[in-house]
Design a protein around this ligand. Structure first.
Ligand code: PRT
Ligand code: MG
Length: 224
């Protein structure tokens, strides 16, 4: 018997929105990550298991072959760089938008016009750096690991770069989106070496995802 295929997922929206794709092929987890502390989750399919890791660690596990496949947001993939990864499929799940946001009283357009040097707080340093470089704006990047919305309120930064889905987090903190950077959705990723060596095992799993995407299953699976 060969090793099971390992699929790296993060708990929360990625796990929840990925399950319908596999359920369509009769593959279901034997446990739910939110009800279990287990980080390795078996499925009813003897050759497929999940590992539960931080969203930003999914590409790293797949890159190094600790997982054969994974599901990761485009935000996470751009920050990671995509080395060693094959990205065959946009699953169109966990959709959101990378945006620049500022306090509602901050004159972003004016700052851009005047070439003001902005302080930008973000978890997405690479995306932010490339965005402002393309606009030929000089910025000081401040790396944060969460709660970016706080930074403009307490004067740590002029603007933030963060993901926005409903916009309610920005609103609750008196922030407004001032510029869109990119549309974000989650992708199936595959270890490039595994794709060659375990092609016979991986192709059927990729086909399950591909079929489910073309059937629009991602829309039914969305939980916001
Ligand atoms: O939470 P943790 O620190 O462990 O990691 P994570 O935030 O990276 O993981 P998770 O599971 O929250 O997100 C996984 C992926 O979901 C991300 O990499 C994105 O590709 C995608 N996604 C989709 C989102 C959102 N929508 C989203 N709204 N990720 C985060 N958010 C956050 C956003 O950062 C902000 O704090 O939700 C807040 C805004 O939401 P709204 O609805 O108030 O606009
Ligand atoms: Mg989160």
């Amino acid at each position: 018997m060969s090793d099971p295929l390992t699929i790296a997922l993060s708990k929360g929206r990625i796990f929840e929105e990925t399950m319908p794709f596999l359920a369509a092929a009769g593959i279901v987890p034997l446990e739910r990550p939110e009800h279990s502390r287990k980080l390795v989750i078996k499925t009813n399919h003897p050759d497929i298991r999940f590992i539960i890791v931080r969203a930003s660690d999914v590409p790293t596990y797949v890159q190094h072959g600790a997982a054969d496949l994974g599901v990761a947001g485009l935000d996470v993939l751009v920050e990671h760089g995509g080395e060693g990864l094959y990205q065959p499929l946009d699953l169109q799940i966990a959709q959101c938008r990378m945006m620049v946001a500022a306090h509602r009283d901050f004159d972003y357009a004016g700052a851009v016009r005047q070439g003001t040097r902005l302080r930008v707080a973000t978890k997405y340093v690479k995306i932010a750096r490339e965005h402002f470089a393309a606009k030929q704006m000089h910025v000081d990047l401040i790396k944060l690991y969460g709660s970016m919305e706080l930074a403009p309120i307490v004067g740590l930064a002029d603007v933030i770069v963060d993901l926005v889905s409903t916009g309610s987090t920005l609103k609750a903190n008196h922030l407004v989106p001032v510029e869109a950077i990119m549309e974000v959705s989650s992708r199936l990723i595959v270890n490039q070496v595994a794709f060659k060596l375990k092609r016979a095992e991986i192709m059927p799993v990729m086909d399950i995802f591909r079929q489910a995407v073309s059937n629009g299953l991602n829309m039914k699976g969305q939980n916001g």
